[in-house]
Design a protein around this ligand. Structure first.
Ligand SMILES: *Cc1c(COP(=O)(O)O)cnc(C)c1O
Length: 407
């Protein structure tokens, strides 16, 4: 395939003084990929169980996506929002068709989509005469790293050192409808409920379907916006286009990002009728947002997911992967739970297991560990049953050895 680039190889072996030290990185660099496989600059091959953190929906170098993006790069990449952008209309129409919602705003990342959601919630409140609107958010939530989205995030580690945080948030535990009802009785300033349908960074914690149905009814009763962050669990990952569709409900506001562009940076905010006209000209914007390159990546990603049956694949291969893990790990004392939906899977251990990230990479498998003790698998939606079996075969011996040595 592609020849490794010598400059990249050299840089990867040196410290990188010009890149700020904000990530704990593994000591290798990836050079190229094909399908669910990637190669590092030393020529070692890895099975990609992480998909760039739920981003590479179509894997790497997808044979339908690559020529479409090449064509778009050669045609028009960026033109600003001073003009009509037909590809925005096209992607908005598709997102509305598959979500049943009514409109979309485009930006460049998950936190940007969430910022837009928070602004809509506040303006929705102001429009109905609430001067200090408040938003219900969740323990263990993750919504991004900007000042407002990290204030909504329910993780003291992410927030430490960045106070004062943005006010106007009320925090509740997940899957406890009584806690939200108590806020409804005591706080007249609440305008919205904001949660991930399946918490990602917080440890792959799904909102129960009955809980989502309860929230939907409560939001209708209270005239609140139900805002579901599907940045990580959306775009087919759970086997439906959007995870909340399993519960048979619809949100008023839905931020999207990660998997929507299969690797091209993109964010979107999709809204139902109650949030559709809250923002008007001049209320919100972004220079890069909705540019033709990102829009084409979104249009093609959704088209290929549909044409190639990738939702059904995520559901089927995901179930096989979970079954395989459950079979291999059955009876192991240190394994608390295997959970998730489709190709969004978390394996919770009874102890911190961050070291498994490097060990899995050494064994030729890319995964992540989140919330200290949850192994997270979010591979491309093109994963085959055989590749799922390979994930099980690579990962389970590492988990067993780790649990044996640390008891
Ligand atoms: C990753 C993530 C975000 C933040 O997205 P960025 O593109 O990193 O800003 C927000 N919400 C959820 C649920 C996420 O998983």
């Amino acid at each position: 395939m592609n020849a490794p680039e010598p400059a990249v190889t050299a840089a990867a072996t040196r410290p990188m003084p010009h890149v700020l030290n904000t990530y704990g990185r593994l000591p290798f660099a990836l050079s190229h990929g094909q399908g669910c496989w990637v190669w590092d600059t030393a020529g070692r091959r890895y099975l990609d169980g992480l998909g760039g953190i739920a981003v590479n929906t179509l894997g790497h170098a997808h044979p339908k996506l690559v020529p479409a993006l090449q064509e778009q790069v050669a045609r028009l990449m960026h033109c600003s929002n001073y003009y009509q952008v037909p590809l925005q209309e096209q992607l908005a129409a598709k997102l509305c068709e598959i979500s049943g919602l009514d409109g979309a705003f485009f930006c460049n990342s998950g936190l940007e989509a969430n910022e837009a959601a928070l602004k809509i919630a506040r303006k929705f409140g102001h429009d109905k005469g609430i001067a200090r609107p408040e938003i219900i958010v969740y323990e263990k939530a993750f919504h991004g790293r900007s000042i407002a989205t990290l204030s909504a995030t329910g993780n003291p580690k992410v927030q430490a050192g960045f106070g004062p945080l943005v006010e106007g948030f009320v925090r509740v535990p997940l899957n406890d409808l009584a806690a939200v009802e108590a806020v409804a009785r005591s706080n007249p300033n609440v305008v919205a409920v904001f949660l991930e349908t399946i918490q990602g960074e917080g440890g792959v914690n799904p909102a129960r379907w009955e809980y989502l149905q309860g929230l939907r009814a409560l939001c209708d009763r209270q005239d609140w916006l139900l805002m579901l962050d599907e940045v990580q669990c959306g775009i087919g990952r759970t086997g439906k286009w959007f995870a909340h569709q399993w519960a048979g409900i619809s949100p008023d506001v839905m931020p999207l990002a990660k998997g929507l562009g299969s690797g091209v940076p993109i964010g979107a905010l999709v809204t139902g009728p109650r949030a559709l006209n809250v923002l008007g000209p001049g209320n919100h914007g972004t220079t890069f947002g909705g540019n033709p390159l990102a829009m084409r990546a979104g249009v093609e990603t959704l088209r290929i997911c549909e044409d190639d049956g990738l939702l059904a694949n995520a559901a089927g291969v995901g179930a096989a992967l979970r079954d395989g893990l459950a079979r291999e790990l059955a009876g192991l004392g240190g394994v608390r739970e295997i959970r998730g939906a489709g190709l969004m899977i978390g394996i919770e251990l009874d102890r911190p297991c961050g070291v498994l990230l490097a060990r899995a990479a050494e064994a030729g498998l890319l995964i992540s560990v989140t919330a200290d003790s949850v192994i997270r698998i979010v591979p491309p939606l093109i994963l085959t049953a055989d590749e799922a079996a390979q994930i099980v075969a690579l990962l389970c011996p590492l988990i067993k050895a780790f649990l044996a040595e640390s008891t």
